[in-house]
Design a protein around this ligand. Structure first.
Ligand SMILES: [Zn+2]
Ligand SMILES: [Zn+2]
Length: 211
């Protein structure tokens, strides 16, 4: 595990994609993520490089005796911070665990209207990948948007700003993870399942499934 490398240009100055104001470093429960926040409390995350699927598919079988007697918040913190645990933790699970630890309420997903590099407004940009939305500012900076994640190439490196999930999205994602899925289950350690079930955003029917 290593922290994401943040381009110098972005470190020096970058703009909130929601309101165009300047983003500054923020506080987060995820020690491997860089949080950027504006004055209106729009938060974005630069995540570390995601572990490979072949590694996260070993999480359910992983053994961490040291967490046996810990509280659920302490277990959640362990999964986020311990390099051995984090290196097998699915990136979406990492984000859900962070949301649960921070217990923030986010009513609406962020709207991506402003270029993070220069603060100019976005227009659409026709690009060939049908799975992403292309965005282009009037200064010619090109970004793509997919699943609440804004991505561009800055100083030759890929940079992604992940917006916060709205509460309704968190509920849906927890429901999917707890719903019993042969592709997801190998990624889900029993202790992480308990952390997801402890969230007030955990859907009721998912809780019954999880038992
Ligand atoms: Zn903002
Ligand atoms: Zn721009």
């Amino acid at each position: 595990m290593h922290l994401a490398i943040i381009p110098e240009q972005i470190q020096a100055k970058c703009h909130c994609p929601c309101c165009g104001d300047q983003l500054a470093p923020g506080v987060t429960a995820d020690p491997w993520a860089t949080c950027m926040v504006c004055k209106r409390d729009h938060r974005f995350f630069i995540m570390p490089e995601a572990p490979l699927a072949v590694d996260t598919a070993r999480a359910a079988e992983a053994s961490f005796p040291e967490i046996r007697n810990l509280s659920l918040p302490a277990i959640a913190s362990f999964w986020l911070s311990d390099p051995r645990a984090r290196s097998v933790l699915n990136q979406q699970l990492a984000q859900l665990i962070r949301v649960i630890l921070e217990s923030r309420s986010v009513l609406n997903e962020p709207r991506f209207s402003f270029c993070s590099t220069c603060g100019y407004t976005f227009g659409n940009w026709e690009q060939p990948d049908i799975y992403v939305q292309g965005l282009r500012c009037s200064n010619g900076h090109l970004w793509t948007l997919r699943g609440g994640q804004l991505t561009s190439v800055v100083e030759g490196k890929c940079l992604s700003l992940q917006g916060e999930y709205a509460d309704i999205t968190v509920s849906q994602l927890i429901g999917v993870w707890l719903g019993g899925n042969p592709y997801l289950d190998p990624n889900l350690h029993e202790s992480v399942r308990r952390v997801l079930m402890s969230s007030p955003l955990c859907p009721r029917d998912a809780m019954e499934h999880g038992d």
